[in-house]
Design a protein around this ligand. Structure first.
Ligand SMILES: *Cc1c(COP(=O)(O)O)cnc(C)c1O
Length: 383
């Protein structure tokens, strides 16, 4: 990676790929991106045959979106299959529950997405052994022996630790385990897990992939046909499918992915640099900061560093006053949207974070305006 810290490598084809991703061949008098196909069933006389039979199994609007996501996660690799889901958790659960059975062991991150403990309880109820270790320092290596699946989340949410995907994937494959990477925070423009050796790239498209805070979506990308067939079967059994409108909105949003990601990443670095100079800010994390503990590995495997910055203010009350004082930043959960959001993560319980811990998602505002708003809110919250 060369100049990505300044907002993305230029000339890498990502912008071109994003605007054209998944588009069908042009057809005279037809739109560039065909509209959503609303169909519970399709005409099906005689013998049963694809591609479109019943709306829970396939839908042409999903097909185009799946093509688009596949082109971004694994450019030029025709052997990769993509499946879209109703939400990120639908995608996460589909991989875990389709690949594991009673008696298997799985390694999860101990510092990952806040719903993972709920998933853990369900896996254990089905007789699956769940082991956890932190993302930082590749600690999941130590509990790999005998596991059938290694689940990575890098950068981790909300702590922004990064693990070495190549190293962990090699170790897992040497033990016969499959590897999945939650690519939500990085987006396919920030990191390509399959190129780093993973078997599955899994993500919530609810966040920066779609980027407007108005769609829930998830996806799984994988190269192993048998493993993907099991994931597809799971989607059919559970019916965790996106509506055609959501799928179409997601595809439309992907056209601007590179513009949004580059802008948001550049501003995230500017904001992190501004926060570093503040005495009341501790525990500042942004993988794009050269002195961040994640930076070295991030710079080897990521192409962009994401739009989330995390840091800690001295007390819960100070953090609450800070959030109240922000004018350009909504106090809301989730991340990746064009409008900046921030929240005191400890209000949810579940994440092992200090009371004053803030997860800040940088939007597409002008960076001078955003940084000025944050610095003003920090001053006001001191009083
Ligand atoms: C949000 C999120 C999910 C879950 O996605 P939903 O679309 O909310 O179901 C999974 N993993 C990570 C890292 C997330 O941030």
């Amino acid at each position: 990676m060369s100049d990505s810290a300044e907002g993305g490598p230029s000339g890498d084809g990502d912008g071109t790929r994003a605007v054209r991703a998944g588009l069908p061949e042009p057809v005279k008098n037809e739109p560039t991106l065909p509209g959503p196909v609303f169909a519970a069933h399709f005409h099906l006389p005689g013998e049963v045959g694809g591609p479109y039979t019943y709306g829970r199994d396939e839908n042409p609007t999903w097909t185009l979106l799946e093509r688009a996501i596949g082109e971004l996660e694994a450019p030029g690799q025709a052997d990769v299959e993509t499946l879209v889901f109703a939400s990120g958790m639908a995608a996460v659960s589909s991989v875990l529950f389709s690949q594991l059975r009673a008696g298997d062991a799985v390694v999860l991150p101990s510092d990952g997405y806040q719903a993972l403990p709920l998933v853990r309880a369900q896996l254990e109820a089905y007789g699956i052994e769940v082991r956890t270790a932190p993302t930082g320092q590749d600690a999941q290596l130590d509990v790999l022996d005998g596991a059938g699946l290694l689940w990575l989340e890098t950068p981790s949410n909300p702590g922004l630790d990064v693990c070495d995907v190549r190293r962990l994937a090699e170790a897992a494959h040497a033990r016969g385990a499959l590897v999945a990477v939650d690519n939500t925070l990085a987006t396919p423009l920030g990191q390509r897990p399959l190129d780093l050796g993973a078997d599955f790239a899994v993500a919530s498209g609810t966040k920066q992939l779609t980027g407007h805070g108005d769609v829930l979506l998830g996806y799984v990308v994988g190269r192993d046909a048998e493993a993907m067939a099991a994931v597809r079967r799971w989607r059919k059994i559970v019916g965790a499918i996106p509506g055609p409108m959501e799928a179409w909105l997601a595809h439309r949003s992907i056209a601007t992915l590179q513009l949004r990601v580059d802008r948001q990443c550049a501003t995230a670095l500017t904001l992190a640099e501004a926060l570093r100079a503040r005495p009341e800010v501790t525990g500042l994390r942004y993988p794009g900061l050269p002195d961040d503990p994640s930076h070295k590995i991030a710079s080897q495997q990521m192409r962009r560093y994401g739009c989330v910055v995390s840091f800690t203010l001295p007390t819960r009350a100070r953090a609450e006053r800070f959030l109240d004082a922000l004018r350009l930043v909504d106090d809301a959960t989730s991340f990746g949207g064009v409008r900046s959001t921030a929240e005191r993560r400890g209000r949810w319980g579940g994440d092992a974070v200090p009371e004053g811990f803030i997860r800040f998602s940088v939007g597409a505002e002008d960076s001078e305006d955003l940084v000025a708003d944050v610095l003003r809110a920090l001053e006001e919250s001191a009083r």
